[in-house]
Structure formats: C-alpha cells, structure tokens
Design a protein around this ligand. Sequence first.
Ligand SMILES: [Zn+2]
Length: 411
Amino acid sequence: MRLTTLLSDLLGLKYTRVRSCSFIDDGLVVDVAPTWRTARCSGCGHNCAGYDRLKGRRWRHLDLAGMRWYLRYDTRRVDCPRCGVVVEHVPWADVGSWFTRPFEDQIGYLAQRCDKTTVRKLMRVAWATVGDIIQRVVKRHQRGDLLDGLTHIGVDELSYRRHHEYVTVVVDHDTQRIVWAKRGKNAVTLKAFFDECGTDRVAKLEAVTIDMSAAYIKAVTEASPQAQIIFDRFHVQRLAHDALDQVRRAEAREADTVEDRKAIKGTRWPLLRRAWNLRDLEICKLSTLTRANRRLFRAYLLKESLAGILDRRQVHVARRKLDEWIGWAFRSQLAPFRRLAATIRNHKDGIIAYVQSRLSNGRTEALNGKARTITRRSYGLHSASALIALLKLCCSGIDLVPITLRPGSTH
Ligand SMILES: [Zn+2]
C-alpha cells in the first residue's frame, strides 16, 4: 500500500487527497488538496476562477497515537460573481476554522459530557478556542427549526460573569429543551424571540411561564396576547422568602435584650425551609420563636401558607385561599409582606393559572440546574454567544457520536 493511500484512509476525509507528509516539531503535517480541480466559492459553492494562493494554511486534525496531526494546503482565493473575493471552500473544514470537522465534532461530543479541564487537556486546546468551535458544531448539527411547533414555553434568565450579565432563555415545556437564548433580560430581548418566531408560530402559543418582571409581562402581552401568562411558582415563593428575610433582619436590628437577639439568631435557614423539611433541632428553634418573636413567627406562617396555597389542586379553593392570604398579609403589620400582598394582588390571575396548569419553570428544574452548571463551566469563554452555543449544544437535543476511525469512510 502506498503511504499516501494509507494516510488518506487514516484521515478518512471525503473529497480530500493526500499528496505527501512530513514531521514537524510537535506533530505530523499532511499536505492535502480537494479532489476537485477548479476552486469553489466558500460562500455559495460555485466553481470560480482562482485568484491567488495563501501559502501553508494549516488545520488541526484529530491526534494520531498521541501525536498532533495537521493538514496543510495552500488555499486559493476566488473571485465569485455573487460573493466577491473570498477564500475557496475546502472539504475538511468550515470557513474561518483552524480545525477539521472531525476534530470540532469530537470537542462538541466531549463538551456535552465533560468538564472544562478534561476537554482542554484531552484535546490540547485553549478553552476560549472551544467557545468558537462549539458555535460551529451547533450550527452544523442543529436539526430542524427549534422554534417550530411550540405551544407551552418557559422564559427564564440566567446570570453569568458573577451576576453582571444575563442571558434570557426560552424552554419548550413539552420537549424539555432550550429552544432559544439571547443576551440581556429586558422586554426588547424577549421581543426578539417573538420576532424570530414570526406571527404564525406566535399565534400557536398557548401558555408562557415567566417571573413577575414587568419587562417579560410587557413583551408577552404585546406579542402574544392569546397566550396565557403563568407566573412561575418558585419565583413567587422566592419573593415570600425575601420578605421573610427582611422581617428577620429588621427584628434582629431592633432586638433590645440579649434574649430577644438569641431567639432570632440561627433562624435564617430553618425559617426558609418548608415545614415538612425541618430537622428536629430546627423545629425546636422555631417553636421558641412562637413565644419569643411573634412578628417573625407571623412572617414565617405567611410564607408557609403561601406555599401551601400553591400546592393546592382545586382552582376555586386556591383562589379563595389566596384572597384570604392577601387580606391577612395586609393586616399583618409587616411592611415587606404588605408590599408582597400588593404584588400578588396585581398578579393574581397568573398565579392562579399555575394551580390550573401546574406549569412552572421549576418543572424544567433539571434542565435549569444543567444550564446553571454549564453557565459556571462557561467561565472563561469570552462571549455571550459562546455561552449560548454551549447551552444549545448541551440542552437542545443535539446528538453527537464519538469519532471512531473507520478507514475508507468519512468520520
Ligand atoms: Zn460565491
């Protein structure tokens, strides 16, 4: 067998012929060329006249027995009637990439499953480069339009860069997949989603789960008035947690005696837990509170009963209980809960809609957890678009297979 044939089989790349090979410091360089003679435009694929050549362009390929492998080729520039002067299309890589497609797909496969350090060390690439690679992998492997056939969606925000930046994420409740993401968290950001969907697809939306942010409410009601707005129950409960925490801190500040302070100390986490989730010692701690600080205990009961109402299954009962709760909170003489009661009164329909539909972003909690892990992992990726690509790679149903060597066929 001739060496070039052997190398060609080992490479396993379609429409690629091997001319020669040589060793360099850190690996093996294989000189290749497309099997076609006339250059093709990388923009539209048309045959075009060659313009000039860019010497010695190299692409990293999958390692061979631990040795780095590069493809080398003098790319031609072409003068395309449609696209202007552009670089020619090469069959082994996407335009603008310094890596072959099998190499990039392997990165994609690993990035779906492994942590950052493993990917970096195993493939010997910088993490920032991985961000660019993933964007191309997602573009190549995304099957169909994710925005087709949506009926029940959830909108959530993810923070990254230590809560300095946000990405708005749209989840399909039916398939449990991330279907869209964009940097930002205001009405304009979400409007971009509806614009991308187009009026026909937006008209088919039945329900949207969001938090009670005015920006999201505005975007949904303007773009998709027929869709039912459901307020995410976990967001509602988080507001109750915040109100309770404010009461606790105010009480701790105003405690006069040592006993009073002692009673409040160490109650933060027991107070925030659901009653059924309390440990014995925490129950003791809270039971002393009933006597020691009635205001704080009242706040705790308000938080607990709100969660209890959201657990209800019958809509009319939940609605009645929620009205009672609002009245109780207004009379509670606790400023944070009075403010919360006003918020809940203004958003009552959307909160009750949860009891009816049981749809919440918490339903996609596993997906959210995964997205948050990915966001942490993305630390070091230089752009929001790289983070979004990583989210899509891992959470939108892209199915990649590990690259195995099958001589004579494509990877
Ligand atoms: Zn062209």
